[in-house]
Design a protein around this ligand. Structure first.
Ligand SMILES: Cc1ncc(COP(=O)(O)O)c(C=O)c1O
Length: 374
């Protein structure tokens, strides 16, 4: 089984530790363990660990604890706890869904660019993958007409990332419903990686699993919830699909770990406090980013929809990968070059870093860009 190198992960593995101003990541500033334990304003680390110390370090709950499944189920309108399966992050959830459902010679349509798993895993499993391109001139949204052209009677799955990494843009409910109608006609699954939620009061994008019987949602605590270190994600689907996943899951993981489940439940139980903290970071940092873009002549941006990733366009006469390496070495600012998403001339800017890191990173980036002024 051959598979392409994972562009973004490879870049971050090589360069992340050299960054002083890391504005490359797509999570909202991660919690420390102390912060997430105290998020409810009453649990102390002492009380948290006192409970945990009594817990047996066996395999725990194989599919995720009942509390975990209950909490995750509440995130959806139509998914009972038994249809939730815990995974090693959304990475594990995407892998599980694709490994369980995709066979050689299947036809798969994948939103592009997005998270590379969603097209290169199906390819590695022998599927023919067609790209449904997002269009910068259309606010980084794809065109429905293109999907109509791509879809075939044997299309097995449509893979989406909503909100989209790297652009932070969103397929809204109307668009999702149109996609469902097309998928329904050929009986295709729709897999949606939903790790990024728009964090704006009142703005809710429905989950695919609540719109379509053959919809599969993957998600995790890494982005919207700011706890990537816990390595807990999940799949949400109908019962029949969950049963298919169970078979394949037994070969790829046993459980996510007793400690991880415990912290995941604590995080989900306190999701309102987590989301309130994160809404403020997104709002404050988006205002900083917007003001910076307005004042920076060599950069333009389709503003992300209160989602924690953005994709800037750089008007410079230099290969963007070379620029990003030089920028890091000379200033300590880390971006992800757009080449890692097959889009030259752009870079992912993770504006939901800690606010000081963002402010300093943007100031250094602007200073560095002045070498290109004419
Ligand atoms: C769209 C998308 N899905 C999944 C992941 C990985 O998530 P996790 O940390 O839950 O494995 C990322 C990380 O960047 C991502 O951008």
């Amino acid at each position: 089984m051959d598979i392409a190198n994972f562009g973004v992960e490879e870049w971050l593995n090589v360069w992340e530790n050299d960054a002083i101003y890391d504005i490359a990541g797509s999570s909202i500033a991660s919690f420390t363990l102390d912060e997430i334990i105290r998020i409810d304003g009453k649990t102390t680390p002492e009380a948290f660990f006192a409970e945990l110390l009594k817990t047996k370090m066996n395999y725990g709950w194989i599919e995720g604890s009942p509390s975990f499944k209950e909490e995750v189920s509440r995130l959806y309108q139509t998914v009972p706890p038994e249809n939730i399966l815990q995974t090693n992050g959304a990475t594990g959830a995407n892998f599980l869904a694709l490994y369980a459902l995709i066979e050689p010679n299947d036809h798969v349509i994948a939103m592009h660019p997005s998270y590379q798993q969603l097209y290169d895993i199906p390819k590695s499993l022998g599927a023919e993958v067609s790209f449904w391109e997002i269009d910068e001139n259309n606010d980084w949204l794809p065109h429905l007409a293109d999907l109509k052209e791509l879809i075939r009677p044997n299309t097995k799955m449509i893979c989406l990332n909503n909100a989209n990494n790297p652009t932070g843009t969103i397929l809204d409910e109307a668009m999702l419903k149109e996609i469902v109608t097309l998928a329904q006609e050929v009986g295709a699954y729709i897999l949606v990686d939903e790790v990024y939620a728009p964090l704006e009061e009142g703005m809710v994008v429905p989950s695919i699993v609540d719109l379509y019987d053959k919809g599969i949602a993957t998600n995790s605590l890494s982005k919207t919830y700011s706890v990537p270190g816990v390595r807990v994600g999940w799949t949400a689907s109908n019962h029949q699909i969950a049963d298919i996943f169970r078979k394949y899951r037994d070969y790829t993981m046993i459980c996510a770990g007793v400690f991880d489940d415990y912290l995941a439940v604590h995080t989900l139980k306190n999701k309102e406090a987590v989301l309130a903290r994160n809404r403020k970071i997104v709002q404050d940092n988006l205002a900083i980013l917007t003001a910076w873009i307005a004042a920076e002549p060599l950069v333009s941006l389709v503003l992300p929809k209160h989602v924690s990733t953005s994709f800037i366009k750089l008007d410079i006469p230099m290969d963007v990968e070379e620029f990003c390496i030089k920028l890091l070495k000379d200033t300590g600012v880390l971006l992800v070059p757009g080449t890692r998403f097959d889009v030259p001339g752009h870079a992912r800017l993770g504006y939901c870093a800690h606010t000081d890191t963002l402010k300093n990173g943007l100031a250094k980036l602007s200073e560095y860009l002045r070498q290109f002024d004419v």
